[in-house]
Design a protein around this ligand. Structure first.
Ligand code: HEM
Length: 147
């Protein structure tokens, strides 16, 4: 269960980081055609990998922390609903909308606005997930930090 948690969490973080960095690079430097291709890849297979990985990370995280107490676990527990809510309410709908608009050549103001929201929320989610990863390594003793 702990191995699965570690594996799924790394896959989730990698997905968000790759989506975010490739989005920024492609948006800034590539043609509309390449942007549309990336938007489509982020939805499929991207979301098909990310959504289960996130769900497994959360579920296994809560399972392995059952019966355990502590500040670090409490913080991880508090962060997870925010990560999930931002994902479900903002990241998934924007990925789907951007893909739809890009595939029909709609790169106007609404595309830019949703793209900006996606980048800001994606960065915030990546930040929250990195904190949970750091806390995870502290819990397993792989990372020692003085607080
Ligand atoms: C996106 C969210 C999360 C990420 C990125 C994440 C990441 C990690 C990582 C990388 C580890 C270290 C694994 C290792 O060293 O083998 C870990 C351990 C752990 N995580 Fe998470 N985690 C997340 C969510 C959660 C949640 C919601 C909980 C539930 C409270 C949780 C509970 C734990 C516990 C208890 C450990 C220590 C396991 C042990 O002692 O072996 N995690 N996590």
């Amino acid at each position: 269960m702990k191995k699965l948690h570690a594996f799924a969490s790394i896959i989730s973080i990698l997905c968000i980081a790759v989506f975010l960095i490739s989005t920024i690079i492609v948006d800034l430097f590539c043609s509309h055609e390449t942007i549309a291709r990336l938007k489509s890849l982020i939805v499929l297979p991207g979301l098909i990998i990310l959504i289960p990985a996130m769900a497994i990370t959360g579920a296994t995280g809560f399972k392995i922390s059952r019966g355990r107490k502590g500040k670090i676990i409490d913080k991880k527990k508090k962060r997870m609903p925010f990560i999930a809510l931002i994902g479900v309410l903002i990241m998934i709908p924007s990925a789907i909308l951007l893909d739809m608009w890009a595939s029909t050549g709609q790169f106007g103001v609404k595309f830019l606005l949703v793209q900006l929201i996606e980048i800001i929320c994606g960065s915030f989610n990546l930040f929250l997930m990195s904190m949970s990863m750091r806390d995870g390594f502290v819990l397993t003793g792989k990372l020692k930090i003085n607080r």
